[in-house]
Design a protein. Sequence first.
Length: 223
Amino acid sequence: MLHNDVNSELLIYLIDKELGPGARLPALTELSEELGVSVGKLREQLEVARQLGFVSVRPRLGTRREPYSFYPAVRTSLMFGLATGEANFAQFSQLRQTIEANMWHQSVTELLDEDKHLLHKLLSQAKEKLHGSPVHIPNGEHRDLHLTIFCRLNNPFVQALLQAYWDAYEATELTRFADYQYWLDVWNYHERIVEAICQGDFEGGRQILIEHFQLLPTVTLPT
């Protein structure tokens, strides 16, 4: 069975008991007696499970099982790799581009009218920021637009990877020194992408998406 590869009595307990999201776990002393594992060891395993997002620990609410998400694990690993220099943003960016390009059709065909309305709203907000006085860079709208396009993908691994990408994008401040024209070009592409989606020209939108990926490497950061 799969759980034989899970090296944690606490996680195996969650699996075997089939505790669903929201279920409350017994106290550690009770679990220790039931599982034959010391409270100290269970406390260590609980902290790992909390860091991975499998459980939450809150005053008065106790320890509860959380819905599964790949995001905490991939984000922590990604940020560690970037911080140590054993991995770089360009590598993860390549993965993100591959995911978006290859899962494009599966995603955009599932978008609802409310999603398309949100895409137009994000475009409007971005334009207001770029043409305002003073100018503001629409970083939040940038992230939200891309994540909205892929929001209907029923795949927790893909969702986590895309969310983690935008965390890394912001953390690396890759476009911090990009000039104003760069952002105008980016949002021109975004407008064309959204227009293609709303017109049902899905392959056209995909080609624009792929073309717009080429903008990022043209940004040179000062050394």
